[in-house]
Design a protein around this ligand. Structure first.
Ligand SMILES: *Cc1c(COP(=O)(O)O)cnc(C)c1O
Length: 381
C-alpha cells in the first residue's frame, strides 16, 4: 500500500494543494474545476469585515446567525463550531459517559471517522449499523447518532429515520443527527423534513457542503443540550470564530435550492454518458461516483483500491484541473471519486468534455495500475 496512514494522507493532500496553487499561478483560477461539492465560500462586504473584532463581532454576528441558523435547521438554539468533526467531538464529550454505549445508524458504512475517534478518546463503546434489521440499543447507552446523508451522499430512508428516533426516545436517549450534507440533500432532493422536525434532539450540518459557506459546523437543537455542548466547545476551543460565523450567516442567506435541483438533472445526463463505458459507476443525489473497490474491479488489478482512487484523483487534477475529494481530503475521508454536479464549477463544464476527461483519466490509470512506483510518483509528486 502506498497511502498507509494519516501522515501519508496529509502528504498527498499537500502535494495536491501545491499542484492547485501552481495551476492558479500558471493559468488562473478558471482552469480549475472544483467538483467536490465543498465550496468553502467566504461571502462578506467591507462593512461586514469591519465588524470582525474579537468581542464586537460576536455581539452582532452571533445574533444574526441564531436567526438564519434556526431557519435552516429548526431547533431552539444554534451553536457554530470550527468543523463538523469539532461539533461531533464536543457533543460526545458533553453527553457520553466513559464505558457507556454510542449507537450509530447510517444508510451505508463507513461512518465519518470523527464519530468512532471521539468515542475512543473518552473510552466509550461504539456500535454502528447500516442494516435496520440488526439495529439494537444496548443497556447503558448515552447517545444515539443518525447520519442523514453519508460522506458519499447515501441518504437514509425516512421511515427508518423515524423508527430509530422512536426506539431511542422510548428509552429516553437523546438523538444527534450528523446531517453534514443531509440538511440540504435530504430536504431539497428527497423532500424529507428537517432532522429536528423528525424529532431529533440535536443536528449538525457542514456549512461548506452544497452551500456557499465556509468550512465549519453549525449545530442546533434542544437548548439545554446545546448549552452543555457549548461549554465543552468553549473549554476546548472547538467553537467557530467570528470570521467563520460571518461567512456562515452570508452563506446561509445566499443558499438556494436551484443548484441542487439543476445538479440532480445534470447528474442523470453524465451518468447516462458514463454507463456505456463503465458499469461500476453509481449515482447519488447530485453526484456520479465510483468507489475505490469498484475502481479496482473495473481495472482488474491487485493494487490497493484506495491507492488507485488517490492516483485517479491526482490524474484528474493534473491533466484536466478537475478537483475531487481523494486528492485534497483530510485524513480518513472517503476515497470515493465523486463528481458533484451541483458544484458551482460544474455549471461551467460541458458534460461531454467532462465525460471525455473521465474516460481518458481512467484509461491512463489503467496503464500504470500495477506499477507501484508510478502510482507513488503520481500521488506524492
Ligand atoms: C463531511 C462530513 C463530516 C465532517 O466534516 P468536516 O468539515 O470535515 O469536519 C462528518 N460527517 C459527515 C457525514 C460528513 O459528510
Amino acid at each position: 500500500m502506498i497511502v498507509n496512514n494519516s501522515l501519508d494522507e496529509i502528504k498527498k493532500r499537500e502535494n495536491a494543494l501545491s499542484f492547485i496553487s501552481k495551476i492558479i499561478e500558471d493559468n488562473g483560477r478558471n482552469f480549475l474545476y472544483d467538483l467536490t461539492g465543498l465550496s468553502g465560500g467566504f461571502i462578506a462586504s467591507n462593512e461586514d469585515l469591519n465588524l470582525l473584532e474579537t468581542y464586537i463581532g460576536p455581539a452582532v454576528i452571533e445574533q444574526e446567525l441564531q436567526s438564519v441558523g434556526l431557519e435552516h435547521l429548526g431547533g431552539q438554539k444554534v451553536l457554530p463550531v470550527n468543523r463538523t468533526s469539532s461539533g461531533i467531538l464536543a457533543t460526545i464529550l458533553a453527553l457520553v459517559e466513559k464505558d457507556s454505549y454510542v449507537v450509530h445508524f447510517l444508510s451505508k458504512l463507513p461512518a465519518h471517522p470523527s464519530i468512532p475517534r471521539s468515542c475512543n478518546l473518552i473510552n466509550a463503546n461504539y456500535l454502528e449499523f447500516d442494516n435496520f434489521d440488526e439495529f439494537y440499543i444496548p443497556e447503558n447507552t448515552s447517545l444515539v447518532i443518525i447520519t442523514g446523508s453519508t460522506m458519499d451522499h447515501q441518504v437514509i430512508d425516512e421511515t427508518i429515520f423515524k423508527k430509530v428516533i422512536q426506539h431511542a426516545h422510548s428509552r429516553d436517549i437523546p438523538v444527534f443527527v450528523d446531517d453534514a450534507s443531509g440538511a440540504r440533500v435530504r430536504t431539497v432532493i428527497y423532500n424529507q423534513p428537517k432532522a429536528i422536525d423528525l424529532g431529533a434532539d440535536l443536528v449538525i450540518t457542514s456549512t461548506d457542503k452544497l452551500m456557499p459557506g465556509p468550512r465549519g459546523g453549525l449545530m442546533s437543537g434542544d437548548e439545554d443540550l446545546i448549552n452543555k455542548i457549548k461549554v465543552k466547545a468553549n473549554q476546548f476551543g472547538l467553537e467557530a470564530q467570528s470570521p467563520t460565523c460571518l461567512a456562515m450567516v452570508n452563506g446561509l442567506k445566499n443558499f438556494t435550492e436551484d443548484n441542487l435541483k439543476n445538479g440532480f438533472l445534470r447528474k442523470e445526463e453524465l451518468f447516462n454518458l458514463l454507463k456505456d463505458d463503465f458499469i461500476l459507476f453509481e449515482e447519488s443525489s447530485t453526484s456520479v461516483m465510483i468507489s475505490p473497490e469498484n475502481l479496482k474491479k473495473q481495472l482488474k488489478v491487485n493494487s490497493s483500491s484506495k491507492d488507485l482512487a488517490y492516483a485517479l484523483s491526482m490524474i484528474l487534477l493534473k491533466d484536466s484541473g478537475i478537483i475531487t475529494i481523494p486528492a485534497v481530503s483530510m485524513p480518513s475521508a472517503s476515497a470515493t471519486i465523486r463528481f458533484d454536479l451541483s458544484a458551482n464549477d460544474a455549471f461551467n463544464l460541458d458534460l461531454k468534455d467532462l465525460h471525455k476527461n473521465i474516460v481518458s483519466a481512467i484509461s491512463k490509470l489503467s496503464k500504470i495500475a500495477n506499477d507501484e512506483d508510478r502510482l507513488k510518483e503520481i500521488i506524492f509528486n
